[in-house]
Design a protein around this ligand. Structure first.
Ligand code: CMC
Length: 390
């Protein structure tokens, strides 16, 4: 034990070697496979970015079309899988439904439980990337008691999702092109973030040689918490409390400084100057709110909260800045997505990252089962006491 380094939260442990995503927290740099996030946010689509992360390079036009076709082929769920939705109570948590159904998905495709070659891998990728969106939308419909709206193979990835969420049997939902682009951008900036908690979970589970479906399902569970993917919903709750007059910006920040609560959507383990994703999303949130009527009172509160916090020594000295979750909820609200679906939206975006990391881990000959050590602080050796003597 003398040789062990105690590293709570693994803040100083490099758990793997990775060639997928580069983060420089001091300079606020994020790149997927070398390409800056700002360029991807401006020029790429979610599917292209997913291919970049998973297959290592930007696709050619033919590759992209072939992959889009594959996604359409795999967008439907096996009818047997639909029964899983009935096992959840009304108002069941969409994250629970998502992780359970994704895990079960592997059972419907036993030939994909062992990834043998590029062909089986590509099929598993197409199923996961395409079906995570269908399952997410169905979990929402189920939570409202609405009939499932099946995917339409003629629609783009993001439009198709909005169609499954919001169309009715007698009325097609027609999102604006701006709404579709904002959703794509949201998914692009969430697509990977190196060894965050859910990615590390996927890698850890994968290191036991558990299958891809089980591994990403565990990633969804890790993402669920308020300190990770649940933060986007927690931000909206916080902003709504301020809007309702229960707290004012200043009194809220005072509570944070007394450590009675955290400023949600602020702070990051790695970024210590700014989170480049927050910058991209702040601009996009502003544009989308302006386009859709120009008014979301939560946007004004978010701005005021950010400005006040950034000029306060408590936050300055701890290098706390808005993270990806601070403005993302404003975009999701403008798209009409309810707050209990926010972490699910994060999961749809993060799926390519999880898959890319699982694959990297799985193919790396130096991979060993993840098995951290501990510093034991329990009782020393003591004898067993028979029941009648306790
Ligand atoms: N509000 C108030 N104080 C904070 C916050 C915050 N959001 N974040 C960190 N601190 C303080 C913390 O109290 C500590 O202060 P002190 O030194 O006085 O004890 C100091 O800053 C360092 O904090 P830490 O908890 O050691 O930092 P960490 O690297 O372990 O935690 C974090 C990172 C993201 C979990 C944390 O900043 C946090 O809880 N943020 C709020 C939740 C959130 O927005 N999560 C989303 C993260 S980004 C995307 C994602 O992963 O989903």
């Amino acid at each position: 034990a003398g040789l062990l380094t105690f590293d709570p939260g693994y803040a100083n442990t490099g758990s793997c070697q990775s060639g997928i995503t580069f983060v420089d927290g001091e300079k606020g740099i994020l790149r997927y496979r070398g390409i800056p996030i700002e360029q991807l946010a401006e020029k790429s689509s979610f599917i292209e970015t997913a291919m970049l992360l998973i297959f290592g390079k930007l696709p050619t036009a033919e590759e992209r079309t072939a992959f889009r076709t594959l996604l359409s082929e795999h967008e439907l769920l096996h009818e047997g899988l639909l029964h899983h939705f009935d096992g959840f109570p009304p108002g069941g948590q969409p994250m629970a439904i998502l992780s359970a159904v994704i895990n079960s998905l592997g059972n419907y495709h036993p030939e994909l439980l062992e990834i043998q070659n590029m062909d089986t891998f590509t099929k598993a990728v197409a199923k996961l990337v395409s079906k995570v969106r269908t399952i997410a939308a169905f979990s929402y419909r189920k939570s409202l008691g609405l009939p499932f709206m099946y995917p339409d193979p003629n629609l783009s990835y993001c439009r198709n999702f909005l169609h499954m969420m919001f169309s009715m049997p007698n009325r097609d939902f027609e999102p604006t092109p701006q709404a579709v682009s904002a959703l794509s951008l949201f998914l692009v900036v969430h697509a990977d973030h190196e060894q965050n908690c859910s990615c590390s979970t996927v890698r850890m589970v994968g290191s036991t040689q558990a299958n891809l479906f089980a591994s990403v399902s565990s990633g969804i569970c890790a993402l669920w918490g308020r300190l990770h993917g649940g933060a986007n919903a927690a931000v909206i709750e916080m902003l709504e409390q301020i809007l309702s007059g229960r707290h004012r910006v200043k009194s809220y920040l005072d509570m944070v400084k007394r450590k009675e609560r955290r400023l949600m959507g602020f702070g990051h383990r790695v970024y210590k100057n700014f989170d480049p994703r927050a910058r991209v999303l702040k601009k996009a949130a502003h544009e989308l709110v302006m386009q859709s009527g120009g008014n979301d009172p939560l946007m004004d509160i978010a701005r005021e909260l950010e400005e006040t916090a950034l000029s306060d020594d408590y936050f300055k000295s701890r290098k706390l800045y808005p993270n990806v979750d601070f403005y993302s909820g404003i975009i999701l609200r403008a798209l009409g997505i309810p707050v209990n679906m926010f972490p699910v939206m994060f999961a749809i975006g993060r799926m390519p990252g999880w898959i890319a990391h699982w694959r990297e881990e799985n193919r790396d000959p130096t991979t060993r089962i993840h098995r951290p050590r501990q510093i034991y602080i329990g009782p020393p050796r003591r004898p067993y006491v028979p029941l009648d003597q306790r």
